[in-house]
Write a new protein. Structure first.
Length: 126
């Protein structure tokens, strides 16, 4: 979003923190907000919103603001598919890597055998 562009705000949010440490943000919209949101639907019929923590809690206890997300990805020019001289699409061919590993990695050395200690049998459980 361009810094020069004015933000469009809808409704308010208030965070409620529970005794177990969890929280929920409850949002509310007026009927007028809902009508204005209807006018901001994108070409697929959706509206994207940003919910941001306010710098200061409002006089009504609102902790979050809700604004219209106007970010748009930059359009990349589409490249037409390459065509054969006969006018048919030619699928790109897979090319294997040019260099293969020169040799296999060295095998791990065998573990040395540890001598077993001479332990007397007794009645202790451990």
């Amino acid at each position: 979003m361009n810094n020069q562009q004015q933000k469009t705000y809808f409704g308010n949010g208030k965070e409620h923190v529970f005794q177990d440490g969890g929280s929920v943000i409850r949002v509310s919209f007026s009927a007028e907000d809902l009508k204005n949101m209807q006018n901001c639907l994108n070409d697929r019929g959706y509206i994207n919103l940003n919910i941001n923590r306010r710098q200061q809690i409002s006089q009504y206890g609102h902790t979050h603001s809700i604004s219209l997300d106007t970010w748009q990805p930059q359009q990349q020019p589409q490249q037409p598919p390459q065509q054969q001289s006969q006018g048919q699409y030619q699928q790109p061919q897979y090319q294997a890597p040019q260099s293969a590993p020169a040799q296999a990695p060295p095998a791990m050395p065998a573990r040395p055998q540890m001598p077993m200690p001479n332990v007397e049998q007794d009645d202790t459980p451990f």
